[in-house]
Design a protein around this ligand. Structure first.
Ligand code: NAD
Length: 261
């Protein structure tokens, strides 16, 4: 038998929103450290492409279409992970939307859509992920919140902040609940600052003068740059691995000092 090595060797991970940005970098990092990865994203073709990149590099990955807002879709995805790789050890609840708007213009429908993807999606990922992990004796769940889940941000981010703040406390409550149940499942959150991904570019491009908006955001960066997807991938890898065996219910902030001020 070929011995697999790496910080998450022989583990099976499901990463949501893994066709792009932070999720894609995280899936690649976990695979490079020995995990088999299910690339779960609402964009099926992009998910296939991301899985192909990992396989071309010698890693183990499969793609699966997942809408994180759907209970049935989550059940399918977990079944797929267990059928493809035999078990589930790690769930990274990363899929998200930066949609929103100023409160006086924000419809209830749009508010609910943000909550559905960013908060309902994480609840369902914890629920269905934990069921599968219990069959396997435990695991690690990492939820991608944001600095906007710890401090308020102006300019149309109220729904986003509310959803990400929800992820912060859902994580802490789930960590305590699972510790009480002694099911050996840890739950932690990662809080990225401004990271260079298609999501950030999308937000910047909503401004009438994107270059000026980018410069204004950059002025608030203590380290003078936005983060890179690999900065988040490295943080998730630690929390997903057995190196973090005594870490549960924590908030790991990866923001270049953004909220240290
Ligand atoms: N980029 C940043 O600056 C930043 C900062 C803080 C937090 N975050 C959070 O990090 C996570 C990843 O962000 P990113 O910047 O990589 O974004 P991204 O837009 O590059 O990628 C998000 C991925 O999620 C997928 N997705 C969207 N809705 C989905 C759904 N209903 N079901 C399944 N997949 C869905 C998209 O198809 C996409 O592949 C998000 O939760 C985001 O809120 C990002």
């Amino acid at each position: 038998m070929v011995e697999r090595t790496g910080r998450v060797a022989s583990k099976v991970a499901l990463v949501t929103g893994a066709a792009s940005g932070l999720g894609k970098a995280t899936a690649e990092r976990l695979a490079a450290e020995g995990a088999a990865v299910l690339i779960a994203d609402i964009r099926a073709e992009a998910a296939e492409a991301a899985a192909g990149v990992i396989r071309d590099a010698g890693g183990r990955a499969e793609a699966h279409p997942l809408d994180v807002t759907s209970d049935e879709s989550w059940q399918d995805a977990v079944v797929h992970a267990e059928r493809a790789f035999g078990k589930l050890d790690i769930v990274v609840n990363n899929a998200g939307t930066a949609d929103g708007g100023w409160i006086h213009k924000l419809s209830l429908e749009r508010w609910r859509k943000v909550m559905a993807v960013n908060l309902d999606g994480v609840f369902l990922g914890i629920k269905h992920g934990a069921e599968a992990m219990k069959r396997n004796g435990g695991g690690s769940i990492v939820n991608i919140s944001s600095v906007a889940g710890l401090v308020g941000i102006a300019e149309g981010a109220s729904a986003y902040c509310a959803s990400k703040g929800g992820v912060t406390l859902l994580t802490r409550a789930a960590a305590l609940e699972f510790a009480l149940l002694k099911n050996n499942i840890r739950v932690n959150s990662v809080h990225p600052g401004y990271m260079q991904t298609p999501m950030l570019e999308g937000v910047i491009n909503t401004y009438r003068e994107p270059d000026a908006a980018r410069d204004a955001l950059m002025k608030n960066e203590p380290m003078g740059r936005f983060g890179e997807p690999k900065d988040i991938a490295n943080a998730v890898l630690y929390l997903a691995s057995d190196e973090a065996a005594f870490v549960t219910g924590t908030q790991l902030v990866v923001d270049g000092g953004y909220i240290a001020k």
